[in-house]
Design a protein around this ligand. Sequence first.
Ligand SMILES: C[S@@+](CC[C@H](N)C(=O)[O-])C[C@H]1O[C@@H](n2cnc3c(N)ncnc32)[C@H](O)[C@@H]1O
Length: 374
Amino acid sequence: MAKNQNLNSAAKAKKDKFYTQLEDVAEELRHYQDFFKGKIVLCNCDDPFESNFFQYFAIMFNALELKKLIATSYADSPIKGKEINLFPDGKTAYMVEVDALKDWNGDGREDLDDVKFAIEHGIYKTTQLEGDLHYCAGDFRSEECLELLKQADVVVTNPPFSVFREFVATLMDYRKKFLILGNKNAITYKEIFPLIMQDKFWIGFMPMSRDILFEIPEAYQKEFIAKADEGSKYRIVDGKILARASAIWFTNIEVARFREDIPLYKKYSPEEYPRYDNYDAIEVSKTAEIPCDYFGVMGVPITFLDKYDPRQFEILGMCENLDLYGLKTRTYTAKECRDRYFELFGKPGTYDLNAAGVINGKKVYQRILIRRRQ
Ligand SMILES: C[S@@+](CC[C@H](N)C(=O)[O-])C[C@H]1O[C@@H](n2cnc3c(N)ncnc32)[C@H](O)[C@@H]1O
């Protein structure tokens, strides 16, 4: 494997161990409350009890009027058994089904202590997962987990970053409703962006400009801070190390589908909105500055997506290397890329002009290509 690929896999594996804080789960979920009534919720990358997704739905079981909550842990989870250790060999992945929230422990309240009590006293169905020939116990792709997926109405979780594409493909294959956290970069994946373009799913309520702080397992904290810069990569809050990541919510739940129109106030002028050298489109560097009187193709930042309403705009593609959306008007040769690098930096190298929109020989940031609906 090339060195860069190794680094990428390491970075992805690191993010596989980011755990979502309860307040972030609650903040997004508060917008979807009515949707969950009578639903079977599956959290399929979530140690029952330790995961805040599980805890949120367990505490909110009655308020949301859920039919059932199912959570499955993963054999290799670093937080497995931290709070409840049902299987002392420590190796097992398991599944818990919550079908009611009552005052199981008789202390006069219905809360997380009751959930813990019900798991520990066999009130909730708890099943050890086995895995299969291809996947280990608790892997969302294993046969027994796919059986649970079939039962579920909606999947809500933060899946491992390293298998995000496959996770989404599985949800699409099984035609499930979902609300999942993913890395912001995932938008640009060639397996993901076309689905957003085709309105198969969209971005949740949390603004894309916001980073989320994730919990990291204790065993892993020292290693994490040794390699990361405080501030940009992590923060210490109440003595707890929290990793910062640009994550966003992806969902196909209708309530997040439509937005208020973006108010358009600026007038188009060729001086303020230059054309790309390699796309028949103008550059709009801020979503708020989309001109009100321009009906051709425009390149906008990817943060446009958290304001995007398909009734106001149409997404045509994005600026990317492979011309997957058939929108390039010019493809640069390897020699042109090398020459341009030399012109810009005075040394040999390659300036990958094909990877982006280009204005006067300079690449601009990642852009989505859109057009106003008339
Ligand atoms: C990014 S963490 C998020 C955990 C939890 N959903 C949360 O947000 O707090 C991903 C979790 O998925 C588990 N996991 C890794 N690979 C998996 C797989 N193939 N199938 C199911 N779970 C997996 C990891 O052990 C980890 O607990």
